[in-house]
Ligand binder design. Structure first.
Ligand SMILES: [Zn+2]
Length: 478
């Protein structure tokens, strides 16, 4: 047996996420060789091993990297432009999107900053749902992150003249071009970078493309044995469209066309009923819960408790920067726990250990990577973070008569305590510093790009009705 490792952590609190809970090992050790975890156990049992780098991790937690199962990293540049208002999409984000999406360089710079923000807070895997993904994926290559990517496929025309509440018109040529881009993305990138990049298909929502195109996408995804990442029942807007077009709500419609199975990652379910959600869970489909985003955009808490009655394939997602307004899985864990306790009027639901699983091992299963990531286990990919429990906001550590480490990760940590990040066996953040890019330059490039975008947004923004955001700008007392 080869006892020479690349990296060996000793004397750590290891949260393996193995078993039914969190699988804590006190005074634990984790060994990495190449891209894999090759040792997990007590420090005493690691005595026969040597390593190129030995890290003495007293008072540090070693745990699996966090999984952001739904992010539109291309929106990174327009953080904070769309909250505290109704019609979030039409009156908040659209004027900015129209300009941003004409400026590919700006999209890419925002995405790079967004991914870097998340990685610094311990996110190692991203289900990035955006366009142009053939370019955005290069950001994941550069930063060294694991990404499960897809193109946004919709059949909505470039210039939509549809008013609020009216049935969308479709432009099949536009839909086909986007679908083709997703196929090309798959052909070019699936399995690249030592398998760190994998590709799925990304129909934007059941209301945004025709039944014919939805069926073609499903057929291709099944043939390629990959998954589908899709917004499902994401708002009353969507349900209205579905009733107008098909006389059915989204989940019964998707069931009828054969979409509900383990290959589907259903994002949001904001407007799904509890019964629809229980039904979806039973089909084996995964659910992605974006607590922060949906609370800010809609003031709602999706029916994830109903989902959990039938399935653990529940993952968390940060969604997007303009209306969340951060991409930080510690923030998502905390929001998820607190909002659901309030919804149930019961503090015992959504306990910290369960929510931690939603950002690690349960998420890994929900996104179809359960055999590779999500836990610290021999043979799995070495996607590992080290969290410094000597930082005042999460210290001190208590092991007896109760353990406080997991509650402190969920309710106290902010992400800034993540000292080291390893993805696919490579150190990508060391001593809080991102290795592959100049962090200050990433932020200053994004700042320059957003000046361009915000200046050009003035005109389309002036055409929308008064919004709380404009009121804040024009009212000196606010
Ligand atoms: Zn989304």
């Amino acid at each position: 047996m080869d006892h020479k490792l690349n990296i060996l952590f000793l004397h750590a609190i290891v949260i393996t996420m193995q078993g039914k809970g969190v699988g804590i090992i006190e005074d634990g050790a984790v060994g990495i060789k190449g891209d894999q975890i090759t040792f997990v156990g007590k420090s005493d049992d690691a005595k026969g091993y040597t390593a190129e780098r030995v890290i003495l991790a007293e008072n540090k937690v070693i745990m699996p990297g966090l999984i952001d199962a739904h992010i539109h990293s291309g929106d990174g540049l327009i953080r904070g432009v769309s909250q505290d208002l109704n019609n979030w999409m039409q009156h908040g984000i659209w004027p900015f999107e129209q300009v941003l999406r004409q400026d590919e360089d700006a999209v890419l710079k925002g995405s790079l900053m967004n991914i870097m923000e998340a990685m610094k807070a311990g996110t190692t895997t991203f289900c990035d749902f955006d366009t142009p993904m053939t370019k955005i994926v290069e950001n994941h290559i550069q930063l060294g992150t694991r990404a499960r990517v897809c193109e946004l496929i919709s059949e909505l025309p470039k210039e939509s003249k549809t008013g609020i509440g009216e049935l969308y018109e479709f432009d099949p040529a536009e839909g086909n071009a986007k679908y083709k881009r997703n196929v090309e993305l798959y052909e070019e990138w699936h399995g690249k970078a030592n398998g760190r990049i994998t590709c799925m298909f990304g129909p934007q929502g059941a209301d945004m493309l025709s039944k014919e195109l939805l069926l073609e996408i499903k057929n291709t995804a099944d043939k390629l044995q990959t998954g589908i990442h899709m917004h499902v029942s994401q708002g009353d807007r969507e349900i209205n469209q579905m009733i107008q077009r098909y006389g059915k709500r989204t989940i019964p419609f998707l069931d009828e066309i054969g979409y509900l199975d383990t290959s589907l990652m259903a994002v949001h379910l904001t407007e799904a009923t509890e019964n629809e959600t229980r039904f979806l869970a039973k089909t084996g489909a995964g659910m992605v819960l974006c607590s922060g985003s949906i609370a800010i955009i809609d003031g709602l808490i999706p029916p994830s408790a109903a989902f959990l009655e039938n399935s653990n394939r529940l993952a968390l997602g940060s969604d997007q920067a303009p209306g969340n307004n951060c991409n930080n899985m510690f923030n998502e864990m905390k929001f998820t726990a607190i909002l659901n306790k309030c919804k149930a009027k019961n503090p015992s639901v959504f306990p910290a250990w369960k929510v931690l699983r939603m950002a690690t091992i349960d998420a890994a299963h929900a996104i179809g990577l359960g055999d590779e990531i999500g836990s610290i286990e021999v043979g799995k990919k070495a996607d590992i973070i080290m969290v410094d429990f000597t930082q005042p906001c999460i210290a001190p550590i208590i092991h007896y008569p109760v353990r406080n480490v997991v509650p402190n990760l969920v309710y106290s940590a902010k992400g800034s305590e993540v000292e080291m990040v390893i993805i696919d066996g490579k150190v990508v953040i060391d001593n809080y510093k991102v290795i592959s890019v100049d962090e200050k330059k990433v932020v200053s490039d994004a700042q320059q790009a957003v000046l361009r975008v915000s200046k050009a947004t003035g005109e389309p923004f002036s055409r929308i009705p008064d919004t709380p955001l404009r009121e804040m700008m024009n009212n000196e007392e606010l």
